[in-house]
Design a protein around this ligand. Structure first.
Ligand SMILES: [Ca+2]
Length: 561
């Protein structure tokens, strides 16, 4: 049928585009690798022949050395000269960014959850700062991950949906295809920190491109373990990376990811280091250790609670354990004071399972008091936890209500590492360092923007938050908007767009200007629009309708395998 043909053509165009881009990037990569190898070789030769690299090579009489050694001294001199241009590392903190997957704002103790036990996150907040108005840049995974790595709103790069995205071919509008990988020419936060001497590591989910060419080792990360697959033993493995570790036969995924993070801190870190830990928890398909699930089943019965679901609660506790183990590894290494630990999530909580056939879908948690969930631009889809501990800078037990967002990490980490921001790459974030030093400090930014032009758990939409006001604009040819005053109405229950025409016009204009500035990809009218079939989901992978009824429930614990 025509639609299938159209999609096939689109996929081919996309793939050709990738190949061209990849060819170009491989040539760049080749040069960088050679430089990197030269640097490593020189450092290694220097250490081998002379012990630690001397602060000056001028005192070594070149004439007394054989030819190869003269070459070595020259190379060492070059490396030493390059190193002398870099400021002292003494004051640069180690940085660990832990980004959970699909963890909602209200699912952990510091944000008011009284069912799930998260003692390590509670302690992290007690020893650091909690942000009440922190946003994931995207309502789903890949866009936020793009924003974290690039320092940009993902609309600039075009990673506006999770890779590869959803497809509803009969809806009112055709939505833009998402960029399928983070372009290699993007200067990532890891590359920026590496430029000032950081050792970098990556653990867990990546979701910024499937091809080996687009994995974290090609985006500035030295030591990497990209993990893929569901949570239960035997179901996941390291798919890409050089860490050289695979899970034990009886190991659960979150435990394995914690082990990888510990290994980096204990054995590979060097200093200063930047480690991004990206556990898959608490993404669907929900599954966890049976002992923890049984503990929460019992607790739910005792408390008369239906939500959160015991499996979801168990997964969140596993995630909290991971945080505890990272903190402990840092403490054991004796680097607590000079290490910043950041905890956040890549998008809002998902309140239904969606992992088996729709008739059996049930609720697993709630983002209350926030409205909505992952895949929506209501607060429940984008407002997420942010806790930061850095004893050398942050007053313990502090809190900030500044409006902050995932792409702020980039300039924050760069400022802490005394690194320059990339010259030819717009950075949309603002450094949070003033707030970390003085929690009641404010930022100069006027507004933050969201662009999610896709059908998922809602309609294609964009949003702007300026002060307490938030405007949602639907991008499905309906021209509909909603306006909320978040200070008075956190749950977005009262749409004020009908009575605040001036405010709506002002925010619409600002959103439109921003869309133009970032060259945001927009939906277009769909010639195949068919209201009776609008709800059909089709697969972008195989160009066929998705058979929801055929989906099987995943086993919730190892006992169900
Ligand atoms: Ca996610």
């Amino acid at each position: 049928m025509d639609l299938e043909k159209t999609l096939k053509n689109e996929r081919q165009v996309l793939q050709i585009g990738f190949l061209k881009r990849a060819d170009f990037q491989f040539s760049q990569l080749g040069c960088l690798s050679i430089l990197g190898e030269l640097h490593r070789a020189a450092t290694s030769i220097g250490r081998k022949r002379f012990g630690p690299i001397p602060s000056s090579t001028a005192s070594i009489p070149l004439g007394s050395l054989p030819i190869m050694n003269r070459v070595s001294v020259f190379v060492v001199a070059l490396v030493t000269f390059a190193a002398s241009a870099i400021p002292s590392f003494a004051e640069k903190p180690n940085i660990i960014l832990i980004m959970a997957d699909d963890l909602g704002w209200a699912d952990i103790g510091p944000y008011g959850n009284d069912f799930i036990e998260t003692p390590h996150l509670d302690q992290l907040a007690e020893e650091g700062i909690k942000f009440t108005d922190f946003y994931a840049a995207g309502a789903v995974c890949s866009p936020t991950r793009c924003a974290v790595q690039s320092g940009q709103n993902q609309a600039r790069i075009g990673i506006t949906a999770h890779i590869p995205g959803h497809w509803r071919p009969f809806e009112r509008v055709q939505t833009p295809l998402t960029t399928m990988a983070l372009p290699l020419e993007t200067v990532t936060i890891a590359e920026t920190l590496k430029s000032v001497g950081y050792t970098t590591g990556y653990v867990g989910k990546w979701h910024l491109g499937w091809d080996p060419a687009f994995q974290p080792e090609h985006q500035g990360y030295d030591w990497t373990a990209v993990v893929g697959g569901p949570f239960l033993p035997g179901r996941f493995r390291v798919q890409h990376g050089n860490a050289g570790i695979q899970p034990e036969a009886d190991q659960f995924r979150t435990d394995f990811e914690a082990q990888l993070a510990e290994t980096f801190v204990k054995e590979k870190g060097g200093e200063p280091f930047f480690l991004m830990v990206s556990p898959y928890a608490v993404h669907i398909p929900l599954a966890s250790r049976s002992d923890l699930v049984e503990k929460y089943q019992k607790k739910a019965t005792e408390m008369g609670r239906e939500l959160p679901h015991p499996v979801y609660a168990a997964m969140t506790e596993e995630l909290d354990d991971l945080v505890g183990r990272v903190v402990e590894a840092v403490d054991e290494a004796g680097i607590t004071e000079k290490t910043m630990i950041v905890f956040t999530s890549d998008n809002g909580g998902l309140y239904r399972r969606y992992d088996y056939n729709p008739e059996a879908d049930d609720d697993v948690t709630s983002n209350a008091p926030l409205r909505g969930e992952k895949g929506q631009l209501y607060e429940g889809g984008i407002r997420v936890p942010l806790i930061v501990k850095y004893p050398a800078m942050i007053p313990a037990g502090s809190e900030s209500s500044a409006i902050t967002i995932s792409y702020d990490f980039y300039p924050t980490f760069a400022a802490l590492g005394d690194a320059s921001l990339p010259a030819n790459q717009p950075i949309d974030g603002e450094s949070l360092v003033p707030i970390l030093k003085k929690p009641d400090a404010t930022l100069s930014r006027k507004a933050i923007h969201f662009h999610y032009p896709h059908y998922h758990h809602h309609r294609p939409a964009a949003a702007i938050r300026e002060g307490d006001w938030k405007l949602l604009q639907y991008l499905d040819n309906t021209n509909e908007v909603e306006l909320y005053h978040l200070a008075n109405d956190l749950g977005e229950t009262q749409d004020l767009s009908g009575e605040k025409a001036g405010r709506v016009a002002d925010l619409k204009k600002k959103l439109q200007r921003w869309h133009t500035e970032v060259i945001a990809r927009m939906p277009i009218p769909n010639p195949h629009f068919d209201e009776s079939r609008a709800g059909e989901w089709w697969s972008l992978r195989n160009g066929k309708p998705v058979d929801s009824a055929a989906r099987k429930r995943f086993p919730p614990t190892e006992k169900d395998l």
